[in-house]
Design a binder for this molecule. Structure first.
Ligand SMILES: *[C@@H]1O[C@H](CO)[C@@H](O)[C@H](O)[C@H]1NC(C)=O
Ligand SMILES: *[C@@H]1O[C@H](CO)[C@@H](O)[C@H](O)[C@H]1NC(C)=O
Length: 180
């Protein structure tokens, strides 16, 4: 399953670098917590602050997020007034998710935090109360994996197929004007 995702990812990257010259900008539009079906073990209390939409708040992991869980990552793009399935739609184990995906493309860099910052520190992601202040996601290594416009990412943590919490965010990709 992860190979399928990787293929889609590489394909998009190739398409993007060959067809786009412009730089792009990523803006967070919203970020919200996803509750569990019967219990919520991973609680995100995050807000976007100010014009720069800095990610701020706390995250509570009531148990270790270890390999007994699965992470589901789904993307959607907003097209012609509807959310349609995006290229990324995978279910993988947490270590793989944090090491190969989160740390590479979505690592939140706060000015102050007690969150783990490296892949090995996130494997397993230990139970705890975490906080972060004024976080930004570095997009400098991003291939434009997503469509221009609005994109939604939904990350849920599953145990035996049941959602036990997660987070969803919407970002807007804006291509910067390039002068000829
Ligand atoms: C930002 O997050 C920190 C840490 O969780 C919190 O103490 C602070 O009140 C938050 N600031 C705002 C404006 O929400
Ligand atoms: C998953 O949810 C269903 C429906 O609420 C429940 O019957 C089942 O016991 C849950 N499984 C686990 C492992 O908690």
């Amino acid at each position: 399953m992860s190979f399928w995702w990787l293929n889609g990812f590489l394909l998009l990257w190739i398409v993007s670098v060959t067809s786009r010259k412009g730089d792009f900008e990523v803006r967070f539009e919203s970020i919200e917590t996803i509750k569990g079906r019967t219990e919520t073990l991973f609680i995100y209390k995050l807000r976007l602050l100010g014009r720069d939409r800095l990610i701020n708040g706390s995250v509570e992991f009531q148990v270790d997020l270890d390999e007994t869980f699965e992470v589901s990552l789904e993307s959607q793009a907003y097209k012609n007034g509807f959310w349609v399935p995006g290229f990324i739609n995978v279910k993988i184990r947490p270590c793989e998710f944090f090491k190969t995906y989160y740390v590479k493309y979505f690592l939140v860099l706060p000015t102050e935090s007690n969150l783990p910052m490296t892949g090995s520190e996130m494997c397993p992601f230990r139970k705890g109360d975490y906080f972060l202040k004024n976080g930004q996601v570095s997009t400098k290594d991003w291939p434009p994996i997503v469509f221009q416009g609005l994109n939604k990412y939904r990350i849920t943590f599953l145990r035996n197929g049941n959602i036990t919490g997660g987070v969803q965010f919407i970002i807007r990709i804006i291509e910067k004007e390039t002068e000829q």
